[in-house]
Design a protein around this ligand. Structure first.
Ligand code: GLU
Length: 416
């Protein structure tokens, strides 16, 4: 997943660019460049055949000046501590850019959930919570789903935490199933929030979305809902999608739900009827108006960014571009809507979930959608204004908005 690029070094380079523009003092730079706390541990888990496997896990609390740390847990075979650090940093900037009263954190376990049974996954999930319960709570650090972790996994984790605390504590984790204190609108929130900022970007760039073509890389939660909502909410034509096994193209447009049903039965979008086969990489280089990277990190680099033909890249994946890619895209006039702005809809509705858990009163879906739109629209326009003020690309502009907010909280607390 990291390949030759170190995501945490990239996150620090991105931060440094904003720190320069904001003229941050050295003390603030020292505090904000590194995570505040890290927990590293090993989890012994009994597998179905009775042997015990030992999994390595992490929880990184990057910064909690603005509120409890917030961020998902990933189960991935190529997880590394530096990826978790980068993701925890991006969560800090993400909660700040949408201006919700939370900090940033992230967790991960090195494992391959695709090769584990349901029982093994449950035992791993419960073991993870038994380890992090010493630092996780509704008022200190609140996990959520991320790559290969699901509402069911959130339910097991909440149950384990409540057994330890001997009280109901639904606010300890978000992205739960609806029947256990989840929020209406959480499941498609990442993609929906992305559509709100895409709508604003199109307005700013005079792009008629009803005539726009879209290619989506990745067909997990974010990618599938992006393909579905780009058509339903904005009237775009989705001409290509992909997953790690390959991509498909159909110029008259794809039906996201039919593709999802095909993936559910075959394991991949590949081979969907009436489509041409392309590669996962080609999806980002197609002659379309909008690309939506929704898979892993570092997919656009100095090697391929020059081949991007789209006008807009909506980054639903975390960390899809290397700094070299940013430079090339910016020079070529491609507007990239940076990850921690574009995909902030997920954590925004997680925050709504926590608010509902704390008050024990639940909102209807229309209310969630409306409040999400308000947050995302304001965030996009704050970042656009910063890009004009600082004469910089949207990523550095988003950093300027977010870092200034966190720096203010850190300073007011007297940490520097
Ligand atoms: N894992 C998601 C993200 O990267 C959601 C985090 C959350 O809801 O706390 O933004």
């Amino acid at each position: 997943m990291m390949g030759k690029h170190n995501s945490f070094e990239i996150a620090q380079r991105q931060f440094d660019a904003a720190a320069e523009l904001l003229n941050l003092n050295d003390s603030l730079r020292k505090v904000l460049r590194v995570p505040r706390r890290e927990l590293h541990f090993r989890l012994p888990v009994r597998m179905d055949d009775e042997h015990v496997e030992v999994f390595e896990g992490f929880r990184v609390q990057y910064n909690d000046a603005r509120g409890p740390c917030k961020g998902g847990i990933r189960f991935h075979p190529e997880e590394t501590i530096d990826v978790v650090r980068a993701l925890a940093a991006w969560m800090t900037w993400k909660t700040a850019v949408v201006d919700i009263p939370l900090g940033g954190g992230k967790g991960g376990v090195i494992c391959n959930p695709k090769q584990m049974s349901k029982g093994e996954l449950e035992r791993l999930s419960r073991a993870y919570i038994r380890e992090v319960c010493r630092t996780v709570s509704p008022t200190s650090d609140v996990p959520a789903p991320d790559m290969y972790t699901t509402p069911q996994i959130m339910a097991w984790m909440m149950d384990e935490y409540e057994a330890i605390c001997m009280t109901h504590q639904p606010g300890v984790i978000t992205g739960k199933p609806l029947s256990l204190g989840g929020s209406a609108g959480r499941v498609d929130a990442t993609a929906r929030g992305g559509m709100h900022v895409l709508r604003e970007a199109a307005k700013a760039g005079n792009l008629d979305l009803s005539k726009a073509t879209v290619a989506v890389q990745g067909y997990g939660n974010a990618g599938y809902y992006a393909a579905k909502l780009a058509k339903e909410m904005l009237g775009c034509t989705v001409v290509a999608v992909s997953d790690s096994r390959g991509g498909i193209r159909c110029d008259s447009g794809l039906d996201a739900d039919a593709v999802q049903a095909h993936k559910a039965s075959t394991g991949s979008v590949k081979g969907f009827k009436g489509t041409k086969q392309i590669t996962n990489e080609e999806v980002l280089e197609l002659d379309v108006d909008i690309i939506i990277p929704s898979a892993v990190e570092n997919v656009l680099t100095g090697d391929n960014a020059g081949n991007v033909k789209a006008r807009i890249s909506l980054e639903l994946a975390n960390g899809p571009n290397t700094p070299e890619a940013d430079e090339i895209l910016h020079q070529n006039g491609v507007l990239f809507i940076p990850d921690f702005l574009a995909n902030a809809g997920g954590v925004t509705v997680s925050y709504f979930e926590q608010v509902q858990n704390a008050s024990n009163y639940y909102w209807d879906e229309a209310t969630v959608h409306e409040r999400l739109d308000v947050k995302m629209t304001k965030a996009f326009n704050d970042v656009l204004a910063a890009s004009q003020k600082y004469q910089t690309n949207m990523r550095t502009a988003a950093y300027c908005v977010a870092v200034a907010r966190v720096a203010e909280a850190v300073t007011l607390r007297g940490w520097v």
